[in-house]
Design a protein around this ligand. Structure first.
Ligand code: DX5
Ligand code: ZN
Length: 217
C-alpha cells in the first residue's frame, strides 16, 4: 500500500492555519488529519464543522477526519458535506459500528474505523472487509504530544498479518507519538498512513515533513 503522511493540524498554529496548510502541502504531505474531540469520548474539545469547511477551501489534499466523539453517526453526513474525504469513527464510540460504516459510505466518502490502545484487533475483525482504513491508535486519544505506547506496535503487526492472510487491501493508519524516532517501527510493522502532529508542527514545518517523508520512502 502507498505510504502517506497525514499531518495532524491539532498541533498547528490556528492563527495562521492557512499558511501552515500551504507549508505542509508544498513540502509534499499527502493528507491533512483533522481531529474532532467532543469532551465526552475524550477529555478535550478541539474543533468541528465550521473549521473543516474553512480549511476545505485552502487545501486540495485528502482530508482525513478522525471523529473522537460519542455516537458519531449523528454527524457523519455533515462532516461529509463539509468536505471530508475519509471519515474515521472509533469502534468504542459506536453502538452499531456496522451501520455507521454503511452510513459513511452512503455519503460517498471513505470509511475508517479506529481502535484505542487497549481495544483488541479482534473487536473489528468482522468489519475489515467493509472499511477502507483502520486506525490503530498508538496513544490514548485526546491530546497531541504523548509518547507512543509500545504494545500498539504488536497490534499493527497483527492487523497487517490478518490483511495479508485475508488478501484485504486496506490502509493501516497510526496516530499518536509518531516522530523521527518511532516512525521506523510503525512502518516496519505494516502501517502506511502516518499521522504526526507535534513532530510536524513544532519547529521547522517543511523540514519536519521532508524528514518524515524521507523515512517513508
Ligand atoms: C490524539 C490525536 C492525534 C494527535 C497526534 O488524540 O488523534 O491525531 O494530534 O499528535 P502527536 O503526533 O503529537 O502525538
Ligand atoms: Zn487523530
Amino acid at each position: 500500500m502507498e505510504r502517506c503522511l497525514a499531518p495532524s493540524i491539532l498541533s498547528a498554529d490556528f492563527g495562521i492555519l492557512k499558511e501552515q496548510l500551504g507549508l505542509i502541502d508544498e513540502a509534499g504531505a499527502q493528507y491533512v488529519h483533522f481531529d474532532v474531540m467532543d469532551g465526552m469520548f475524550v477529555p478535550s474539545i478541539s474543533f468541528g464543522l465550521p473549521v473543516l469547511k474553512s480549511i476545505r477551501k485552502d487545501t486540495d489534499r485528502l482530508i482525513d477526519v478522525h471523529l473522537m466523539i460519542v455516537d458519531p453517526e449523528r454527524y457523519v453526513k455533515e462532516f461529509a458535506e463539509a468536505g471530508a474525504d475519509i471519515i474515521t469513527v472509533h469502534a468504542e464510540a459506536c453502538k452499531h459500528l456496522d451501520a455507521t460504516i454503511d452510513l459513511i459510505k452512503s455519503c460517498g466518502v471513505m470509511a475508517g474505523v479506529a481502535i484505542n490502545p487497549a481495544t483488541p484487533v479482534s473487536n473489528i475483525i468482522h468489519v475489515l472487509e467493509k472499511v477502507d482504513m483502520v486506525l490503530i491508535m498508538t496513544v490514548n486519544p485526546g491530546f497531541g504530544g504523548q509518547s507512543l505506547i509500545p504494545y500498539t506496535i504488536d497490534k499493527i503487526r497483527e492487523l497487517s498479518l490478518i490483511c495479508r492472510e485475508k488478501k484485504l487491501k486496506l490502509d493501516i493508519e497510526v496516530d499518536g507519538g509518531i516522530n523521527k524516532n518511532t516512525i521506523d517501527d510503525v512502518l516496519e510493522a505494516g502501517a502506511n498512513i502516518i499521522v504526526a502532529g507535534s513532530a510536524v508542527f513544532n519547529g521547522d514545518i517543511q523540514n519536519n515533513v521532508k524528514n518524515l517523508l524521507e523515512k517513508m520512502r
